[in-house]
Design a protein around this ligand. Structure first.
Ligand code: IDP
Ligand code: MG
Length: 152
């Protein structure tokens, strides 16, 4: 398994519901390293760029309104196989169907308020990281528990 960086956005409902700490805590506890984080109020332009793949779908206008409705928290996480691991921790798109134990399964009720976004591939992760962070904002350090998380 290769070391990967992935991108996560805690959407405005996560911030408004006071779940930021608990959500980041799940990633930390799993062993993912926080490479960078910042609060970010996504504007319409950015939302459309970021969700370009969904343009034209019936839920698109509502999706843009939702993600621009308040501040979000953007996070870059690093770990072996981080893209798939993070998607697994987040759970399927609809919180009503997401398995218990996942972030969406444990904390949400409605597909239109699903708390968090996670990059779906290494390519999307790179694109989204570049969209939200400058290279200097991505911090290079090791967690002290590294040798306890990975054999090598
Ligand atoms: P994902 O976030 O699990 O990758 P996608 O299919 O990429 O799911 O959809 C992006 C976002 O669009 C979802 O997280 C959700 O906020 C919203 N969305 C997707 N499908 C629907 C829907 O059927 N109704 C309302 N919102 C939706
Ligand atoms: Mg997606």
């Amino acid at each position: 398994m290769e070391m990967e960086r992935t991108f996560v956005l805690i959407k405005p409902d996560g911030v408004q519901r006071g779940l930021v700490g608990r959500i980041i805590g799940r990633f930390e506890k799993k062993g993912l390293k926080v490479v960078s984080t910042k609060m970010f109020w996504v504007n319409e332009d950015m939302a459309k760029k970021y969700y370009a793949e969904h343009e034209g779908k019936d839920f698109f206008p509502g999706l843009v309104e939702y993600v621009t409705s308040g501040p979000s928290v953007a996070i870059v996480l690093e770990g072996k196989g981080a893209v798939a691991t993070v998607r697994g921790l987040i759970g399927t798109t609809d919180p009503a169907e997401a398995h218990p134990g996942t972030i969406r399964g444990d904390m949400g009720m409605d597909i239109s308020r699903n708390l968090i976004h996670g990059a779906d591939s290494l390519e999307s992760a790179h694109r989204e990281i570049r969209l939200f962070f400058s290279p200097q904002e991505l911090l290079d350090y090791s967690r002290v528990d590294r040798t306890w998380l990975y054999k090598e």
